[in-house]
Write a protein that binds this ligand. Structure first.
Ligand SMILES: Nc1ncnc2c1ncn2[C@@H]1O[C@H](COP(=O)(O)OP(=O)(O)OP(=O)(O)O)[C@@H](O)[C@H]1O
Ligand SMILES: [Mg+2]
Length: 508
């Protein structure tokens, strides 16, 4: 079938990198076309060329039968291309209908003046919400009150309202639960039925196999090839995107007969003022990795925030290496040796105007500071050393360590933040969704580093929504539901089924 859009030989250079090197890519009506590649391979950049946000240095784009050497945002949108970016672009302080019709408000005449036609807007929004299975929400609901998955649905509704022919979704599933992913897939299938072309970017191979029709693989800005998903195994995909075999991503358990040390960290009867965490108690032995499983909203991240001093406790005690800690804010947590890699790393993870070097070194420097907060002192030598070490260990792809972190690809920004904590030298490190948005090749490197930390005596806690990740990495797993711990499993008797059952609140 004739493609809706066809990109040929697209090349895009940034200072120090060739982000795209003669890439071919097309989208046909009624298909889900997957774009796969490691962090920094150029996926988002290619989509920004398609949206008209970036001007390519070379190549052509054939859209609805017309050839262009570059698109503008206007030509792209008029041509039926709609992009849902990695960092969502809904406006939190507007309501759903305003977000959907932003820039194209329907107007009506009242006498000589034009006014916004709210009746039409409400009716159309209602229709669209039904289409994306979000009719539980009103057109006038503020977008700031929606969950991430609901915000995505609003973006999809907006694409439908603009009658998009191609809908690009850049890592839409990285923050969704399994159930939300299934809802998204149902809508993608429906759109495909209606003849839309969908571009789907994801690092999760199982999702690609489930929803993809064709797949284009990129490596280091280069074009590897385009295939039918059904013709490839996931091993083929990985080999083509990484350029080598990767086996046993999740297998990083300690050696048999490994003896754990003494209890090094304890949380006793922790309850939060806002009631999101109730009477949570657990302990961690030296050398052990403790996982936290559960559904989104079960209170896992909320527990970690309270330990870290980022949310007020009503009662409970926190003990580290035999000493009771009093932590009122994250600076104090850090100085007493506790680090937290937050789940929402784009919002809370790095400073927009800092270089990679400084963003990586900052945790170590704050930890060694005498006072809470930042006082402008930096140790250049230490900065260089720790950032260079992390760049190598977790393969951060950047033009240089002096480059702004805000210019890196999504996954490489995540790596900078992980590097900051891995290099900080804390006694207890809490990871909340450590591999969100991270490519499969780097995932196993990160698991190796986490295991090394535990082997070196650092206390490690991992919160994750990916059960295979917890089952492959942890020694013990706590499950939470509705703010409480409902079960603990030793890794030897943990299974996905048992974790899932405990997550619904059934005490095992
Ligand atoms: N505005 C920019 N300035 C400088 N370099 C940039 C800019 N945007 C992207 N790059 C570089 O282009 C390359 C490709 O980045 P891109 O964001 O397209 O990767 P990606 O495949 O989407 O990766 P991820 O899976 O991590 O999201 C990276 O090396 C990145 O640092
Ligand atoms: Mg990207």
């Amino acid at each position: 079938m004739e493609p809706i859009v066809q990109m040929k030989g697209i090349t895009k250079r940034f200072p120090g990198v060739i982000a795209l090197d003669h890439i071919d890519f097309d989208v046909r009506p009624g298909e889900v076309h997957v774009l796969l590649g490691e962090n920094g391979a150029g996926k988002s950049t290619l989509m920004k060329v398609l949206s008209g946000a970036y001007t390519p240095d070379e190549g052509t784009i054939l859209l609805n039968g017309k050839e262009y050497s570059r698109l503008t945002p206007h030509i792209s949108a008029e041509g039926g291309i709609s992009i849902i970016y990695q960092e969502l672009s809904v406006v939190n302080w507007l309501d759903i209908r305003e977000n959907i019709f932003m820039g194209r408000l329907p107007m009506k005449k009242v006498g000589p003046v034009s006014v916004v036609d709210y009746a039409t807007m409400n009716a159309k929004t209602q229709e669209l919400l039904e289409k994306v299975n979000l009719s539980s929400r009103k057109p006038t609901t503020s977008v700031g009150d929606l969950s991430i998955s609901e915000k995505q649905m609003v973006e999809i509704a907006k694409s439908i309202a603009f009658d998009a022919k191609v809908i690009v979704m850049d890592e839409p599933t990285s923050s969704l639960t399994e159930e939300e992913v299934q809802k998204l897939f149902a809508i993608m299938r429906q759109l495909r039925e209606e003849g839309k072309g969908i571009v789907f970017i994801s690092h999760k191979l199982s999702e690609i196999v489930e929803i993809g029709d064709r797949i284009t693989i990129m490596k280091d800005g280069g074009y590897v090839g385009t295939y039918q998903v059904a013709d490839l195994t996931t091993d083929d995909m990985v080999r083509m995107m990484v350029g080598r075999e990767i086996k046993g991503t999740y297998q990083h358990l300690p050696e048999e007969n490994f003896q754990f040390g003494d209890v090094m960290f304890e949380c006793k009867n922790l309850t939060r003022k806002d009631g999101k965490v109730k009477d949570v108690s657990f302990s961690l032995r030296r050398g052990e990795i403790l996982g936290f499983s559960g559904l989104v909203g079960a209170g896992r991240s909320e527990t970690m925030c309270a330990i870290y001093g980022a949310a007020p406790k009503a009662s409970g005690e926190v003990w580290l290496e035999g000493k009771q800690l009093s932590i009122k804010n994250p600076y104090q947590a850090l100085r007493q040796g506790i680090g937290l890699v937050t789940e929402n790393r784009r919002e809370t993870g790095f400073f927009q105007n800092f270089s990679n070097k400084r963003n990586i070194a900052i945790a170590k420097q704050l930890k060694n500071a005498k006072l809470d907060g930042m006082w402008g002192f930096t140790n250049e030598g230490e900065e260089k050393e720790v950032s260079e070490k992390m760049r190598q260990e977790i393969q951060i792809k950047c033009a240089s360590l002096e480059q702004l972190t805000s210019q890196l690809s999504g996954g490489n920004q995540q790596k900078v933040i992980l590097g900051k904590w891995l290099g900080a030298g804390v006694k207890l490190l809490i990871f909340d969704e450590p591999t969100k948005g991270i490519d499969v090749g780097t995932k196993s490197e990160i698991y190796k580093l986490i295991r090394q930390l535990a082997d070196n005596g650092v206390g490690v806690i991992v919160v994750s929504s990916e059960m295979p990740e917890l089952l492959g990495l942890c020694d013990r797993i706590a499950v939470m539901a509705e703010g409480r711990i409902t079960a603990f499993f030793d890794i030897a008797d943990a299974t996905e089924e048992k974790l899932a059952k405990a997550a619904t609140g059934d005490i095992a």
